[in-house]
Design a protein around this ligand. Sequence first.
Ligand SMILES: Cc1ncc(COP(=O)(O)O)c(C=O)c1O
Length: 340
Amino acid sequence: MIDLRSDTITKPSEDMRKAMYNAEVGDDVFKEDPTVNKLEEYAAELLGKESALFVTSGVMGNQICLNLLTEPGDEVICEIDSHIFNYESGSPAKLSGIQLNPIEGKFGVFTAEQAESKIRPIDAYYMPRTKVIEVENTHNRAGGTIWPIEKILSLKEVVIKYDLKYHLDGARIWNACLATGISAAEYASHFDTISCCLSKGLGAPVGSLIAGNNGMIKEAYRIRKSWGGGMRQAGVLAAAGLFALKNNFSRLIEDHINAKYLAEEIAAISSVQINLETVQTNIVMFKPIKMDAGEVIEQAKQNGLLISTVKPGWIRAVTHLDVTKDDIKKAAQILKKVLK
Ligand SMILES: Cc1ncc(COP(=O)(O)O)c(C=O)c1O
């Protein structure tokens, strides 16, 4: 089976497993796990922030950051297809008592003007208080699209003008960095908080990181613990994360090349809608015109290819470190066969 459902399905490589096996560990709830401490220091430096914290998942990372930046009753502006709005089980409301105010962007990206029009008047006591603007880079549901740095900067002017906070869901920030040449620290420098994943394109089995100033991360320790996220000998997982950051970043280029190749092959099939402009990193989104998406997914499976759907009618294929160029060529052939 060639599995292109997600870049989260990768399995730790032999070398990564060796690093995990050899990890020095301690009780991280006492802050005594040397490997977790090393990962957090390394991540803080990489992201150019005072401190970083290892958390169980991307969802936990985003939710801790939103909790840090808001009070119950506050509102967060985000994109309509964003992960926090669609795929985090309603946790902004459940965990922080906040609501989201989504904007329909283009390819996952909205403008400063759109955001400004959503900000609640400061004296409107009967409205929620706008507190945070959130950006997802790369944008998952839009197809791995990158937020242009100019857009991040113009949105930041709105954040400053209205004294808001700025959060980056950088689950796949590494893909954006690789594609643009902009460092993670440069991206993160524009935001109060950032969360980023080790378990997507970088190939670690578990874990995400959040970063911010010392005060925020100290408070984030408390929130993580209160939500049951205090891990003990987590060094075995942190070792995989460190290995992933040090060894699997530059190879993301292969995933991007494979995604582009696959997208171009799919674009050559007449019965498919695909916008090559959105294929900027490791995600390919396409819509069969003559067949139901579910039927395409089923037939592809019968032919040895796993793909998935993330929005009605659309199919998603994601490249990652457990698929080769040959696998991608085979995947393209299977899709041609099924979609004809
Ligand atoms: C953009 C984005 N943010 C957050 C997450 C959540 O990550 P996790 O599955 O580790 O909770 C994902 C997962 O796919 C994602 O794509």
